[in-house]
Design a protein around this ligand. Structure first.
Ligand SMILES: Nc1ncnc2c1ncn2[C@@H]1O[C@H](COP(=O)(O)OP(=O)(O)O)[C@@H](O)[C@H]1O
Ligand SMILES: [Mg+2]
Length: 794
């Protein structure tokens, strides 16, 4: 027995109310009355006021039916409606109002009266309501959705949630929710007509879902708008207050002048439109800030960077080609290829104003004048000169800057130096591009790519600046010792100009005509104060430096100048001539010796030629033996390839033991030791093969290797001599060391074309196909040849 006070009980009672066969029809619009739902209804049209008045005094029952949407006035009704019972009734000045309770769904069967209002025979509709678990589950989920919906949609009174919790019948739950949810009338009608409760629940859950989404979305938009408005208003208010405070503090005046100055600077800088816009925006921001705020100085610094950059300041190119050629010759001896290229560039520049600059790259050993040539180029063109060293640069930010969100952020070195130069078309030297590093801080070479690509460097973006800067007028020059370590993508952008090392004569010439006069000048000396004889220079070159370039020579000459300058300043000297024997008093004991003749005074030593990033060099290979059991010891920091090459050399010698007059078992009770001195420097590569064989043969046979011969070449087990690299540098090194005969692999003959004539002068070349050719040429008395034959050059 149900509790007589419970909602369920009351509703059950409603179900028992008898429905008359004929009912007056009240058309409604905009909503549907659901069974069990109580709703206030007002009527104003005369006909229906009359109808309600008549119903109220009869059984108080009428049928409420939704009008179909139509354009004309004639009422067209849906076929299904709800029986309503009038609970309370009130007359109003312009009609009637009553509270109506929905009783049950009905269907209009037949219209029995049309005028003045409609009366119809109706039939009660009963719904299909199975009692099953999944219907209950559906109902529970619908209820939850409704509770959630109430949360997001405050227009529904919260009690509705509580009521819904108390409705057990799924059918009534649906009707109740439908009456409260903001669905449109047609949807409500659809739900009214749905007699299957399960279907009704499903439809309702869809409706609730879409309504919830709609409401949530609109809530979100609303709250965003509200927040924005709030923020803006807050800022405006704060700014107003700040202004007042500043006026009180008397700060305003200083700041206004500063603002005015900055504004003038911005327009004077002739920036790009984009940059100017950003600068003005930043200025506005600055205007809002108090100078005491930490952000103020950040913003101020940024503006300084923007306004100080040479947006449209260029230096006028001096396109007088004769003048340029003269200056280039003034600063450097020879280097014809490079100078020619520069003159060509100027010539094209003269004819075509908007040419894209080439990216030249000078490649060569240290001290050959790469950097100073860059400076000289700038001078000859009348442009500013900038140099940055890329050695050890690992961080992309060094090139491209840090974002301003970093503390103490700065632009990268490109932009920093452009500001320093104050011109947008300097000669910009990227020194030691081969020493660029890469690690977790990003790849600086990719930033450089952007800098060096003529297609994109007109819009170079620095992280700090945040606006693009045009680098296309900059004349970039890169330098490198070797090209191997330059990232390939970068190498593709470069026009490589090689600068090989200098020979002794060239160095002498450079010293006499360039370095000595310059050093005199730099030390405040005149040629009357100091002269350095050619022999003294030669002594410096041979015994105090061993290099491809002239950097150390210049340093030593500067040492002499310093020494003399001191004496002149002290007044103890007014004029001196430094000759060969004086060098030691200024520079101390000689550092290098022409050691070859001395070194090769015993058997077991041969002179090889090596290639290093600093140019070529000679190297000695020493062999010795001791009692032991077929051991081969290799020392001198040799790489794997060089070690294997030594083993191959030994195997060759053993296989030819007889030819060299050695006992078959000479190796049985012997250990052999090969050593390559100049010890701490790691060495590798196969090119010392022939030298090792010669050292071995010399040691085993007791024949001396010629001290004026140096050699290079790889060998095979069968005694063939294979070509190797770095011929040009090696020949220069041989020349430097006073060697007069160089043995090269035959297949390297063509490489001599690229070797400077001065280095080839007075030098004899022997081209070897087989190791025999090498042996013939290298030994004073060729072993295995009783006639002591020395090979003649081919
Ligand atoms: N051909 C040359 N004529 C005159 N001076 C030279 C020449 N080559 C190099 N020098 C001088 O040698 C010094 C070292 O040159 P530098 O440009 O530093 O070499 P790199 O950059 O190739 O290592 C500079 O003072 C330079 O003027
Ligand atoms: Mg340099």
């Amino acid at each position: 027995m149900a509790d007589p006070l419970s909602l369920e009980h009351e509703l059950a009672e409603l179900g028992k109310i008898a429905i008359p066969e004929r009912l007056s029809i009240l058309p409604i619009s905009g909503f549907v009355l659901f069974p069990h739902v109580v709703a206030p209804i007002s009527v104003s049209s005369d006909i229906y006021v009359q109808m309600v008045n008549e119903v109220v005094v009869k059984d108080r029952m009428l049928a409420l039916v939704l009008r179909k949407p139509s354009d004309n006035d004639a009422d067209e009704l849906h076929g299904v409606g709800t029986v309503g019972r009038i609970l309370k009734f009130m007359k109003l000045p312009n009609g009637v109002s009553f509270i109506c309770q929905g009783i049950t769904r009905i269907k209009i069967d037949r219209i029995v009266q049309k005028e003045p209002y409609m009366v119809a025979e109706v039939q009660k509709l009963s719904e299909v309501a199975e009692k099953s678990e999944d219907v209950d589950a559906l109902a529970a989920s619908v209820r939850n959705m409704f509770l959630h919906f109430i949360e997001v949609f405050p227009q529904i009174p919260e009690q509705a949630g509580a009521v819904s919790l108390n409705i057990e019948s799924p059918s009534r739950l649906c009707d109740f929710i439908m009456a409260n949810a903001p669905a449109d009338a047609l949807k409500q009608q659809e739900m009214l007509e749905e007699l299957n409760v399960r279907e009704r629940l499903k439809k309702l859950s869809k409706i609730l879902q879409s309504e919830t989404q709609k409401v949530e979305l609109s809530n979100k938009i609303q709250s965003e708008i509200a927040q924005e408005m709030g923020d803006q208003q807050r800022k405006i208010m704060l700014r107003e207050q700040l202004k007042k405070i500043q006026a009180e503090l008397g700060e305003k005046d200083d700041k206004t002048t500063e603002m005015d100055n900055l504004r003038a600077k911005i327009s004077a800088a002739k920036m790009t439109a984009e940059a100017e816009k950003i600068a003005n925006k930043e200025l506005d921001r600055l205007g809002m800030m108090s100078p005491a705020a930490p952000e103020y100085s950040v913003s101020r610094t940024y503006l300084d960077w923007l306004t100080d950059l040479p947006w449209s300041k260029s230096s006028q190119d001096n396109l007088d080609i004769q003048h340029a050629a003269k200056i280039l010759d003034e600063d450097h001896y020879d280097l014809q290829k490079v100078k020619k290229r520069i003159i060509e560039y100027l010539a094209v520049r003269k004819l075509k104003k908007d040419m894209k600059g080439p990216i030249l790259c000078f490649v060569g050993p240290p001290g050959v004048g790469k950097t100073s040539l860059g400076r000289s180029i700038a001078r000859s063109m009348g442009r500013e000169f900038i140099r940055i060293s890329l050695g050890g640069v690992r961080d992309e930010a060094e090139i491209r800057g840090h974002r301003r969100t970093y503390v103490a952020a700065l632009p990268g070195r490109i932009v920093q130096n452009l500001r320093k130069a104050g011109k947008n078309n300097p000669v910009f030297m990227l020194d030691e591009i081969d020493k660029l590093g890469t690690d977790f801080r990003g790849d600086p070479s990719s930033a450089l790519l952007e800098v060096l690509d003529p297609e994109q460097n007109n819009s170079f973006s620095d992280h700090y600046l945040e606006v693009v800067f045009d680098l296309s007028k900059v004349f970039f020059i890169a330098t490198a010792n070797i090209l191997d370590t330059v990232p390939p993508a970068l190498r593709d952008r470069l026009e490589v100009l090689e600068i090989p090392g200098y020979t002794e004569e060239e160095k002498q010439y450079i010293a006499r005509n360039y370095i000595v006069p310059r050093q005199l000048r730099e030390h405040g000396l005149t040629p009357e104060n100091l002269s350095i004889s050619d022999n003294a220079v030669c002594q410096i070159i041979r015994n105090y430096t061993r290099e491809s370039g002239v950097r150390n020579m210049e340093r030593e000459i500067a040492n002499i100048c310093r020494g003399v300058a001191r004496q002149v300043a002290e007044g103890s000297l007014t004029s001196t001539a430094v000759v060969e024997k004086d060098v030691v008093t200024y520079l101390g004991r000689a550092r290098f010796f022409s050691e070859i003749a001395e070194r090769i005074s015993t058997a077991g030593i041969a002179t090889g030629l090596a290639w290093t990033p600093a140019g070529g060099d000679i190297l000695f290979i020493e062999a010795t033996r001791m009692k032991g059991t077929k051991g081969l010891i290799l020392t001198g920091q040799l790489g794997d390839v060089m070690k294997e090459s030594a083993q191959a050399g030994l195997s060759y010698v053993r296989s030819k033991a007889e030819t060299f007059g050695l006992a078959d078992d000479f190796y049985e009770k012997t250990d052999i030791h090969l050593h390559v001195p100049a010890g701490a420097i790691p060495k590798d590569g196969p090119s010392a093969g022939v030298t090792m064989v010669c050292a071995l043969i010399s040691m085993l046979t007791g024949h001396l290797v010629r001290s004026d011969v140096a050699m290079t070449g790889e060998i095979t087990l069968r005694g063939k001599v294979l070509p190797v690299g770095g011929i040009k540098e090696k020949v220069l090194a041989a020349k430097r060391a006073g060697i007069n005969t160089v043995i090269l692999p035959h297949l390297n003959e063509k490489d001599l074309d690229e070797t400077p004539e001065t280095a080839k002068k007075d030098m004899q070349f022997i081209f070897a196909d087989r190791i025999d050719d090498v042996i013939h040429a290298a030994f004073l008395n060729a072993p295995g040849r009783p006639d002591g034959y020395i090979a003649a050059p081919r």
